[in-house]
Design a protein around this ligand. Structure first.
Ligand SMILES: Cc1cc2nc3c(=O)[nH]c(=O)nc-3n(C[C@H](O)[C@H](O)[C@H](O)COP(=O)(O)OP(=O)(O)OC[C@H]3O[C@@H](n4cnc5c(N)ncnc54)[C@H](O)[C@@H]3O)c2cc1C
Length: 476
């Protein structure tokens, strides 16, 4: 019989051990707020299981006693998905100790990993076996595979390799009632009934806890050609992308749009990073081709493609990375935009996608909306143009009042997301819903889609213990 929160902690401790359950303030504090500092919560306790059976026992107990569970991984979510509420009654479950790369199967081109593995460690394990795991995001040194699966993470190589969803062959999941769905398949083809694993990819901890996965690997890129090109405008960037895909035999692995204003921010706030151009153009693209054939003359082909693009008036200037150090320097420019933006002050972030053909139209309309609805800010729109995905952010001007600037957020978000919807796009391209975009999901989904989502939630988590308040708006 459970008397209250204190007794839940004692019972859980008796069930799985004091080494797994902790309500020490320093453990609870680690999960009290999200990466962006938008949310603050207070967990009842933190569970750090070491094996599948312990997760299963914990969820079985929580389900029986209606104790809410918040799965947490690297806590780099941009939407507050891993932050508990302030009630002090939710149990955070972190899989950080389940961080073993179980096996690499080079002939099957796959890897089996536990959900607590840091993304970068999975990339390294694949490389050690002469294989490539392509998910690459700015947070890869701290985010975990469980978080990447639960958010269906995107990042820098989606154009060529797809999102996390596309990289999964099999999953092991602990359901809300503690039962285990074990399907660590290595098969490329398997049409046996409904694809249950898909339900958990992008479910943000609301349907169960992912404990392990088998992931696709690819041939290791042996040669890369990377350039930073100054393009005439976003429409030219989109045309350049199409040209590059054709000219490279579809070897473009990344194609990132970088505005001059972002390069200025990076140079201003990171003194050790500088752009290769004396004066940044209003728009740059960072393009990378890669191939597993070590002798493939990618640089020559990329140079020729850039020249052809210049002749068509698509770009004014381009710098080709001459070695690995220069390539890394180009990527540091791109990867440090979020940090530079954070140092510049508050920002209003929008993670949107539209059909690639509509990108330029969206940037034009969105820029006008930003100027009109958030005059205390300036636009820093950058990102994964190859995927039609922009981080359409507005940064606070140095002289602007922070709180006044932040009051602009709701009206600007509404106008931008309505514009995205009109153009056939999505208000959440790769960051998920978390608690930040619950209202947006309710607003932009068709009623029958929402009903289906609720039906899936009800089926898999009838007591509503899994990450309540995230993704789906509570019925009110
Ligand atoms: C600098 C920076 C750059 C970023 N760049 C990108 C980018 O390019 N592309 C991109 O997509 N994202 C990006 N992100 C966002 C973030 O890194 C991703 O969403 C990432 O996948 C979250 O992983 P995490 O381990 O930090 O998960 P957390 O933040 O800990 O959790 C995220 C969600 O997953 C759930 N969850 C965690 N573990 C499990 C599990 N085992 N089972 C079930 N549910 C679970 C949580 O409850 C939560 O809802 C970036 C973030 C930062 C800080």
């Amino acid at each position: 019989m459970m008397q209250g929160p204190g007794s839940a902690v004692s019972l859980l401790t008796a069930l799985v051990g004091a080494d797994v359950i902790s309500n020490e303030p320093q453990q609870i504090a680690r999960f009290a707020s999200d990466h962006r500092g938008l949310y603050r919560g207070q967990a009842l306790a933190v569970a750090r299981p070491r094996k599948l059976a312990e997760i299963s026992k914990i969820l079985g107990f929580c389900n029986q006693h209606r104790l809410a569970v918040v799965p947490a991984a690297g806590n780099t979510s941009y939407c507050g998905g891993a932050t508990p509420d302030a009630s002090g009654t939710q149990l955070v479950v972190s899989l950080e100790r389940m961080n073993t790369v179980r096996r690499v199967l080079p002939l099957d081109y796959c890897i089996e990993v536990e959900a607590g593995c840091i993304l970068q460690n999975v990339q390294t394990a694949a490389t050690a076996a002469e294989r490539f795991f392509p998910l690459a995001i700015g947070a890869q040194g701290s985010c975990q595979i469980g978080g990447n699966l639960a958010t269906n993470a995107g990042g820098l190589n989606v154009l060529r390799y797809g999102m996390m969803r596309d990289l999964v062959l099999g999953l092991e999941v602990v359901l809300a009632d503690g039962r285990v769905l074990s399907h660590l398949s290595t098969l490329r083809k398997d049409n046996t009934g409904y694809d249950l694993k898909s339900l958990f990819l992008g479910s943000e901890g609301t349907l169960g806890i992912i404990s392990a996965a088998t992931l696709k690997l690819f041939p290791l890129p042996r040669v890369r050609a990377t350039a930073l090109a100054q393009v005439a405008n976003p429409a030219a960037a989109v045309e350049l992308l199409a040209l590059m895909r054709e000219a490279s035999g579809d070897r473009v692995s990344s194609f990132e749009l970088i505005p001059g204003v972002a390069l200025d921010l990076v140079s201003k706030y990171m003194s050790d990073i500088s752009a290769p151009f004396a004066v940044p153009a209003p728009w740059q693209v960072l393009v990378e081709w890669s191939s597993s054939q070590p002798r493939e003359p990618l640089e020559t082909a990329l140079t020729a493609a850039l020249q052809a693009a210049a002749e068509r008036g698509l770009l004014q200037d381009a710098a080709l990375a001459q070695n690995e150090t220069q390539r890394a320097a180009f990527w540091r420019l791109r990867e440090n935009i979020p940090t530079a933006q954070q140092r510049a002050g508050a920002s209003l972030k929008h993670d949107i996608s539209v059909p690639i053909s509509q990108l330029a139209a969206f940037i034009e309309r969105g820029a006008a909306l930003a100027a009109q609805l958030a005059p205390e800010g300036f636009l820093v729109a950058y990102g994964h143009v190859g995927d039609g995905n922009l981080h359409f952010n507005v940064s606070q001007k140095a002289a602007a009042d922070r709180s006044e600037f932040l009051t602009r957020a709701p009206a600007l978000q509404r106008a931008l997301h309505d514009c995205v919807a009109e153009l056939g796009g999505s208000f959440s391209a790769e960051h998920g819903i978390g608690q930040l975009k619950v209202e947006e999901l309710a607003r932009y989904s068709a009623p029958h889609e929402l009903e289906l989502m609720r039906a899936v939630k009800q089926l898999l988590d009838p007591n509503g213990i899994m990450n309540p308040g995230k993704v789906l708006k509570p019925r009110g």
